[in-house]
Each structure stands twice: as structure tokens, then as C-alpha cells.
Ligand binder design. Sequence first.
Ligand code: ACO
Length: 340
Amino acid sequence: MMSGETRAETRTVPRGWGHALPKRRVSNEELSKTLDTSDEWIRQRTGIRERRVAGDDETTSTLARDAARMALANAGWTADTVDLFVVVTATPDLTFPSVACLVQAELDNHGAAAFDLAAACSGFVYGLSVVDALLRGGGHRRALLMGAEVFSRILDWNDRRTAVLFGDGAGAVALEAAGPGDGDGDGAGDDDEARRGIISTHLFADGSHSEALRTTGGVVCGAAPGVVTMEGREVYRHAVVRMAEAVEAALAANGMGSDDVDWFIPHQANLRLMETMAERLGIVRERMLVSVDRHANTSAASIPLLVSEESAAGRFRRGDLLLLEALGAGFTWGSALLRW
Ligand code: ACO
């Protein structure tokens, strides 16, 4: 499914990004003390060197809240001006209330709409698409979209096939519905301003592959919440094909080629997978952004966490074209094109 190609005048424009990470770093060496694995095996197969793991006082909602505070500060907004809170996560603190409601309360906002959305590792692309539609629909003006996870709480720490792959963290973006002529306040660069924001989003799923990547339980099925199980090769095989499909859908819908893309921002699951993808798509390595080495796979948090870090480092220039793409359990997959 695609949204955005019949663009009305309203656009969804990111105004500020934020991220938050648990304090504790866990290196591959540390994992190899309790698991039959090695730094060499993990780095060669995945590119991962270390990950963050949440402590007792850190949860999906505290990480989302901290990322949201940074996004608000970077946008120059106060929380009371936000009228939509959306959290994408597969690891909510509670079944309910939603993480979005917990964050909203922490930020002392009263009355905005708030809900969670689950699409596993594709969550952020799904969230962007949903929030874009809600903002362009006119019912909301300012949204906080957060991707936050504590996968460490749903891992079997005795299973070397999965325990080494994931990490905890959060990313957030402050998104605004901007009409024509809504500049950044300085009155300059109005043409640039009119091209900014989400250009299109493309979402897909095929639930017939649910066995390849899943948890062993949930609220209804088995001992909640279960642990992650994965058929790694099966996921790899599908991911390469499906993610390429999502990227091609985004480029084709906008009459663009891979040369038009300034920054390729894949979901951070595995460096080998990302490099294979980039090569197939004709995207040069220097244009692909990577954080899986530092954070491992943070599921729905990986894309906003990476964009926030790179934004803080001054990586992007006004007018740059960002292509985001992801695949996750379900399978779900998708892409989004964004003008900085
Ligand atoms: N350390 C040492 N050995 C290991 C480890 C480990 N951490 N994990 C598995 N092995 C062993 C296996 O037991 C197996 O040993 P055996 O031959 O004696 O049985 C051997 O390594 C090969 O196992 P495979 O699973 O075939 O290894 P593979 O080369 O496929 O690499 C990996 C595994 C890295 C998970 C790969 O399949 C992959 O990248 N898959 C993509 C999945 C992914 O990234 N998922 C993340 C979530 S989904 C998403 O976000 C897109």
C-alpha cells in the first residue's frame, strides 16, 4: 500500500529528533563469558560489537520519554502543544495502558490522542505512515512518534542464535502538519521548505511467515510474554528480497532512481544484510548509515535512533533525500521517502 502520492497541500515535516539509550553497555566479549559464542563470530556474521541493555529502572516508556524530551527540545516545542502521541514497540511496559499514554502522562500532556502500534522491526516505517495520514487528514497538527524497545526482556539469554542480535533503545521525532508557506520562521528558503517532509510511505505484510520470527508466548498464548525465536537463514532470505521490493516501490512511485537518494537508512538488523541490499540496489556504501555495530538490533527503535544520532552529528543538509526501509516479524516490511 502506498500513501502520499496524491499529496494534498499539507505535508508532514519532522521538526526535531531525539534518542535515548540504557546506561549499561554489553560487549560481545561479555556475552561470550556466559554463551558459547565469540566476538569474532558475532562481528563477522552481523557487524555487531556491543549493545545497550536496560537496567531495572529502565523500561520502554522511560526510554521513549527521554527520546521524546530530546525531540521536543530540538523542535523547540513544549509537550502541551502536541496533540498526538504514538509509540511503536513490540515490548510495551504493560498490556495497557499503552506506552504512549504512559509517556504522555510523564510529559504532563492532557487530552492529546495516544496509542501504540505494533509491526515489530518495521514499526517505525508503519508509524510514520499512520502519523503522516493523521496529520495530513487535518485532525491533528503536532505529533510525537517514538520507537522504543527493551528486547533484552524477551530474549532467551541461553540461546546464542538470538541473544547476541538485539539491544535496547529508543528514538523519537516531532512531526508537524505544515501547509504551503509554513516556513521555519525565518522567511528564507520558502521553496526548500515547501519540499520538506514525508514524500511517500509504502507498507506491506505477509502473515504466512509468522513461524520464521516470533515470540514463544504472549498474553493469551503460553507464558507471557515468551522469548524470541528465529530461523535466521529464512529471515535473511526474505529480508533481502522484501526490503529491495519496498525500496523499489518508493523510488518507482516518485520517478526516482537510487542515484537520487542521499542517505539510505535501513533497519539496523545485520551489517551483512544491509551491505547485500545496498549492493543490489546500486547504493554506494558511503551513502548507507549504520549503527548496528554500537546498538545491535533495537527493532522499532533502530531507524529513529540512527536518524537522531546522525542529525545531532550534523550529517544531513537541507534538501537531502532520505530513504528508510525495514523488515520485521510477520513478516512486515516497508519504506519511506523523506526530504530533510
Ligand atoms: N555464536 C557462535 N555460533 C553461533 C551463534 C553465535 N552467536 N549463533 C549461531 N551459531 C552457530 C549455529 O549454531 C550453527 O552451528 P552448527 O552449524 O554447528 O549448527 C552455525 O553457527 C551456523 O548457524 P546459522 O544460523 O546457519 O548461521 P548464519 O550464517 O545464518 O548466521 C544469522 C546467523 C547472523 C542470524 C543470520 O542468519 C542472519 O543474519 N539472519 C538475518 C536475521 C536477522 O538479522 N534477524 C534479526 C531480526 S529480523 C530483522 O530485524 C530483519
